[in-house]
Write a protein that binds this ligand. Structure first.
Ligand SMILES: NC(=O)c1ccc[n+]([C@@H]2O[C@H](COP(=O)([O-])OP(=O)(O)OC[C@H]3O[C@@H](n4cnc5c(N)ncnc54)[C@H](OP(=O)(O)O)[C@@H]3O)[C@@H](O)[C@H]2O)c1
Length: 333
């Protein structure tokens, strides 16, 4: 049976507190500090049976670091912990390992981790970008919008998912606004977009200005906290936030005039049996990065499929075709 590994980590201290009874009576500051010295461990195992003659198994390996710690602690310490987690998956027989949460964001986005592992590693970002684009393009049709006449804003466009979304959307849109923290990356992205299509690409320094009047907004930043307010979107806008944690502050129900999509959620056509504490997701729903790892395992494509910033449009089409073949569906809620 083919086996995959998937690296996970708690987003915040409450995730840790809720994972074990004894942690509920442990002071949070102590818990958080002790995580730094804790080793990665096997959280649970999952059995997937897509058809009678097909079975795969997955091991979820926990890196005991909060999102905040992943971003603030010494990068070598964080990467070493992730690499140890990948090695645990490898020792359990995994033939490919996916990087969940910020394991795919820290450092050079999986490249160092992959170079120091014997087993191929994937960030899952190609399928995540595919899921974002599919949801946005489908919803645009449902809402009767024409991308050619829409203002599109990509918040966090300098990154792995954002830049792929921007390049692909340049085939449909005529005006795209890009934001990130560093302008240089966006300048390079603009050049590569203009080589693909001659459209209007505007680099914007201010996230709020970029979303003002935008008809389509894709949010794909690595910001650990919300950066956009629910009240600042244009009435009638379609907003897809794939960031984890979510980047929008405010009550989504208070803006019935805006279509919000939780980006990067996939529904699979068979159940997953979790042995152990599970990973807190409904039976057949998962994040796209996890779904990419599963698809590659089902396809026996044990390769470094998505790594770093340089993921490409051809792979986007390819992972889309593979996912359709297995009946994986992009969710819109
Ligand atoms: N739902 C899923 O299945 C799924 C899967 C994978 C990832 N994700 C989430 O998707 C997000 C993006 O992942 P990624 O791998 O593409 O990350 P990434 O490559 O690190 O890119 C993040 C981008 O966000 C920008 N950014 C950070 N803070 C910002 C701010 N305050 N304002 C504007 N831009 C900001 C960065 O700017 P610079 O370029 O200037 O640094 C970068 O361009 C993360 O939140 C990740 O957790 C979700």
């Amino acid at each position: 049976m083919n086996i995959f590994g998937f690296i996970i980590h708690p987003l915040n201290i409450d995730d840790v507190v809720n994972s074990c009874k004894i942690f509920r009576i442990t002071p949070k500051w102590f818990l958080e500090r002790s995580l730094k010295w804790s080793k990665p461990f096997k959280v649970c195992e999952a059995h997937l049976t897509p058809s009678i003659d097909e079975k795969i198994k997955g091991y979820f390996i926990g890196v005991p670091l909060l999102l905040r710690q992943m971003l603030s602690l010494d990068e070598r310490l964080v990467l070493n912990k992730i690499i140890s987690a990948v090695r645990i998956a490898e020792s359990l027989g995994a033939k490919i390992v996916g990087l969940g949460g910020f394991a795919s964001v820290v450092g050079d986005k999986g490249i160092t981790i992959a170079n120091r592992s014997r087993v191929p590693v994937t960030s899952g970002n190609t399928y995540t970008a595919y899921a974002v684009l599919k949801a946005v393009l489908d919803m645009t049709k449902v809402k009767g919008k024409n991308l050619k006449w829409s203002k599109v804003a990509i918040i966090g466009a300098g990154g792995s998912i954002g830049s792929l979304c921007a390049r692909k959307l340049s085939f449909y849109a005529s005006k795209i606004f890009l934001t990130a923290r560093h302008r240089e990356k966006l300048e390079k992205l603009k050049e590569s977009i203009l080589k693909l299509n001659s459209i209007e690409v505007i680099i914007e320094d201010d996230n709020n200005r970029a979303i003002r009047d935008a008809d389509i907004v894709i949010i794909t930043t690595s910001s650990p906290q919300a950066i956009l307010n629910i009240n600042d979107f244009k009435s009638g806008a379609i907003v897809c936030d794939v960031s984890l944690p979510k980047n929008i502050i405010g009550d989504i129900d208070s803006r019935k005039d805006v279509t919000f999509i939780e980006g990067g959620l996939i529904k699979i056509p068979f159940d997953i049996k979790y042995l152990g504490i599970g990973i807190g997701l409904p039976q057949n729903i998962m994040y796209a990065c996890m779904a990419e790892t599963i698809l590659l395992c089902l396809e026996k494509r044990f390769e470094k499929f998505s790594l770093g910033d340089n993921i490409n449009i051809e792979k986007l089409e390819e992972i889309g075709r593979i996912s359709k073949r297995y009946g994986f569906e992009v969710m819109y809620q």
